[in-house]
Design a protein around this ligand. Structure first.
Ligand code: HGY
Ligand code: MN
Ligand code: MN
Length: 366
């Protein structure tokens, strides 16, 4: 995908560069103060074709229109690596590394699904986990499918994002005692999978309780060992993903989760090792960029709504550095992270037109 992305350089009159973390860019003008329009090219396992890719295509279209119209602004289009937490459990790795915003702690020992550490993978690819910080950026824009049902169900053409939900993520390693499923009396078991089941239902209960604040809580990862019919499960790993646009709600979910894990494991005589893999506060987009995108949508006569993002995005990495804004487009039935994920070319064009109109309003043409 990055090679295909790079192949557009010539027809768009751009140069292709890669940063030290392996992220790709097309550059129409090397001067500072550039506007970066980007998203990611990786996807979740068994995912769809639009999450990330649609936003990169929107950037390429803006480059093409800017070249046609002689837009004055220095534009770059970016394709980030490893935005999804599917492999290393951590999200927005590519954009987080080059902004130095998301990873102040050392992530070298994070293991991917194939057991190799991120340090081994980066070394093999010739990339750095400690790249020099991105510089010269004036503004960051990203277009993305909503991955929710609001725009589709309300038949709204575009969404303008105000706040992106922050993720708090844990991996819990539950250790009980593998034992004979036939010969071990029920009162003498340390069943790690039953403890996990109690925790999973508690995560769901906490999520429902905080739904009033737009918070959600999910257990998406479950590994059970030895995972055979006649052995009481001894070792279980679960991955917990909590998200919220209100910090207090996120903190309440975390507090109640840790309390529940402690009491469930004590009651069931299970040892639990906790690994906190993500703790990103809810991120506010720049108000002036948000207002500019709203103005552009209005000028284009597109139906729009201001809305939060429940999903995380590379745009989370940029507000500490520069003005940042996001545009959403509908996806069919809100389905995402699923092969059925779908949006239309006219919707991609609508979202792109809003970003491009914003650029013209802000920077003007020759
Ligand atoms: O998981 C997310 O929120 C995003 O799709 N990376
Ligand atoms: Mn995604
Ligand atoms: Mn995405």
């Amino acid at each position: 995908m990055h090679a295909v992305f790079a192949s557009y350089a010539k027809e768009l009159g751009c140069s292709y560069i890669q940063d030290e973390a392996g992220n790709s860019y097309l550059v129409n003008d090397p001067s500072d103060g550039y506007c970066l329009i980007a998203s990611h090219l990786d996807s979740v396992i068994e995912g769809g074709e639009y999450d990330g890719a649609a936003g990169v295509i929107a950037g390429l279209m803006c480059l093409r229109w800017a070249r046609r119209d002689g837009l004055r602004v220095p534009l770059r289009v970016g394709a980030f690596r490893c935005e999804e937490s599917s492999n290393f459990g951590l999200c927005t790795i590519g954009s987080g590394l080059i902004t130095h915003e998301s990873y102040k702690e050392n992530i070298d020992s994070l293991k991917g699904k194939d057991g190799r550490t991120i340090a081994e993978v980066f070394r093999e690819k010739g990339w750095s986990l400690h790249p020099k910080k991105i510089s010269g950026i004036g503004e960051y824009l990203e277009m993305h499918i909503e991955q929710g049902k609001v725009l589709d169900e309300t038949k709204t053409e575009v969404g303008i994002v105000g706040t992106i939900a922050g993720p708090k993520r844990y991996r819990m390693y539950l250790n009980g005692m593998a034992d004979h499923s036939g010969a071990t009396p029920m009162s003498m078991r340390n069943d790690a999978l039953c403890a996990a089941a109690a925790i999973i239902l508690e995560v769901e209960r906490i999520g429902h309780r905080e739904a009033a604040y737009n918070s959600v809580a999910t257990v998406g990862v479950l590994n059970n060992a030895p995972n055979v019919m006649n052995v009481i499960p001894g070792e279980v790993t679960i991955g917990i993903d909590m998200r919220g646009i209100q910090k207090e709600s996120l903190d309440r979910m975390e507090r109640d989760l840790l309390r529940a894990v402690k009491s469930i494991c004590q009651f069931r005589r299970i040892d639990c090792r906790q690994e906190k893999i993500n703790d990103v506060s809810p991120i506010r987009m720049s108000p002036e960029t948000e207002e500019g995108l709203v103005k552009a949508a209005r000028e284009l006569g597109l139906s729009f709504r201001r809305m939060p993002s429940g999903a995380g995005h590379d745009a989370m990495s940029f507000p500490p550095l520069c003005r940042t804004g996001m545009v959403f487009i509908p996806c069919r039935a809100g389905i995402s992270h699923n092969k059925l994920e779908y949006t239309t070319i006219p919707s991609v064009a609508d979202g792109t037109a809003v970003m491009y109109r914003y650029l013209k309003d802000r920077y003007g043409t020759r």
